[in-house]
Design a binder for this molecule. Structure first.
Ligand code: HEM
Length: 428
């Protein structure tokens, strides 16, 4: 099969059946797991002519790709200019400096400096702030007997926490979220929507000038947070350039928002669909950390990522050519029966649950510790304060169009007369 000659109308039906483009069908998007199972059992390393990319769905193959293939996949401004797409150069100029799209040695240097700025101590310091954010957001809705989990809690909470993490005014969180949502369209998504480019471009320019001013301000007035820490991080005399600080503040801002929103939103929905597991969690809050891992595995907020083959290589009996694109579907690897017994079963106490929701190897999620903490505190707060939680919608749930970042547009729930007690400082 040659990719170059492929077109949707002449492909044999099995190619269409196995294409990840099936996710454009709302029914498949609502439940992509049968498609993933089909791919994994019929053609685990599958050439998708519609996406012009290999689709990898086995747990062990996803790990192999994330370990060994190149993350350097975003076009440079020079390449875009050659394609007459120089209007997109400001976006490309940011992306080529983001750790997510770099290989060693650039990735190693950037990640080490950024990690020196984002320490476990910093995450721990945010614990009481996160409790406060979740409680304050619930205070606003608890007497209504219902809420939209996404609009009222899962959306704003990570935005507010991220502003604190960065060390910028909390009041800017809505603006940062809006720009960040636009930028997220460039990540984890294989649809191209040229109509959206002007808006994405504007938001990238806004983000760059926002962080440039924050840096200028913080040269004069130091403030605890990632902006200051990235500006000053130094290892053996090496520092990040101003452009690298800005690009990696943006990827940290964007990486931590919609994903965490989706962890909370997808998690609440999954628990509501599995009432016995929800009751088990309510009865024993020590299960919350393992429940968060299981929810990450079961409905992964980031379903897939892309890499390029570093050379002509063989994987799963298929010959992949150098620089061909490979989509590693973490959402499918996380349901691989070879790795997870009864993968479609939700077990909040699942053992040996090394899922792929945060990726693997060098690019393993930079904010995983924070995301886990936010998830644990969100579920603790919901369980503690919202008894008789139930779905409150007649119509079908609508999933977001970004096919890589799996999450709901809204999740209306109702709850009974609540215990309005806020957290009194009990550690979670
Ligand atoms: C539930 C929430 C989250 C999920 C599911 C998630 C998922 C992921 C995944 C799958 C990757 C690897 C992508 C790849 O290999 O191509 C990644 C990388 C990354 N994440 Fe997260 N993420 C979450 C939260 C966060 C948070 C809270 C932050 C920041 C505070 C963050 C910042 C990043 C960054 C900067 C990278 C790039 C790391 C690198 O390239 O070395 N993420 N994340």
């Amino acid at each position: 099969m040659t990719a170059a000659s492929a077109s949707p109308s002449v492909q044999p039906p099995e190619d269409r059946v196995l294409s990840l483009y099936q996710l454009l069908d709302p029914e498949v998007l609502a439940n992509p797991y049968p498609l993933y199972h089909k791919l994994r059992s019929q053609d685990p390393v599958h050439w998708d002519p519609f996406l012009h990319a290999w689709i990898v769905t086995r747990y062990s193959d996803v790990i192999h790709v994330l370990h060994h293939f190149s993350a350097n996949r975003t076009p440079t401004p020079e390449q875009l200019s050659a394609l007459n797409l120089s209007a997109l150069n400001p976006i490309a100029a940011v992306m080529v400096r983001q750790m997510l799209f770099l290989d060693p040695p650039d990735h190693t240097r950037l990640r080490a400096l950024a990690s020196a700025a984002f320490t476990p101590r910093r995450v721990e310091q945010l614990r009481s702030h996160i409790h406060d954010v979740m409680d304050t957001l619930l205070d606003a809705v608890v007497s209504n007997g219902g809420m939209d989990v996404i609009a009222d809690l899962a959306g704003p909470a990570p935005a507010i926490v991220t502003a604190e993490l960065l060390g910028v005014p909390a009041g800017d969180h809505a603006l940062l979220k809006e720009w960040s949502q636009d930028f997220a369209e460039m990540l984890g998504n294989f649809q191209h929507n040229p109509d959206r480019f002007p808006r994405v471009l504007r938001s990238v320019e806004n983000l760059c000038s926002y962080f440039r001013s924050a840096m200028q301000e913080q040269y004069l007035n130091k403030r605890e947070g990632l902006v200051q820490a990235m500006m000053t991080a130094e290892i053996e005399g090496v520092r990040l350039t101003e452009e690298e600080v800005i690009a990696n503040l943006i990827v940290t801002l964007v990486g931590g928002q919609e994903t965490t929103t989706n962890l909370i939103g997808n998690g609440v929905l999954t628990l509501l669909r599995h009432p016995a597991e929800l009751d088990r969690m309510r009865a024993d809050s020590s299960l919350i950390p393992s429940a968060v891992e299981e929810l990450l595995r079961y409905e992964s907020p980031s379903q897939h990522t892309a890499r390029l083959a570093p050379a002509d290589v063989e994987l799963g009996g298929k010959r992949i050519q150098k620089r061909q694109a490979v989509i590693a579907v973490m959402g499918a690897g996380n349901r691989d029966p070879e790795r997870f017994p009864e993968p479609d079963l939700l077990d909040i106490a699942r053992k040996n649950n090394q899922h792929l929701a945060f990726g693997w190897a060098a690019h393993f999620c930079f904010g995983a510790a924070l995301a886990r903490l936010e998830g644990q505190i969100a579920f603790d707060t919901i369980l503690r304060r919202l008894p008789q939680l139930r779905l409150n919608t007649q119509g079908p749930l609508v999933w977001r169009h970004n096919l890589g970042l799996r999450g709901l547009t809204s999740l209306p729930v109702a709850f009974g007369a609540s215990d309005p007690k806020r957290n009194l400082g009990v550690a979670t």
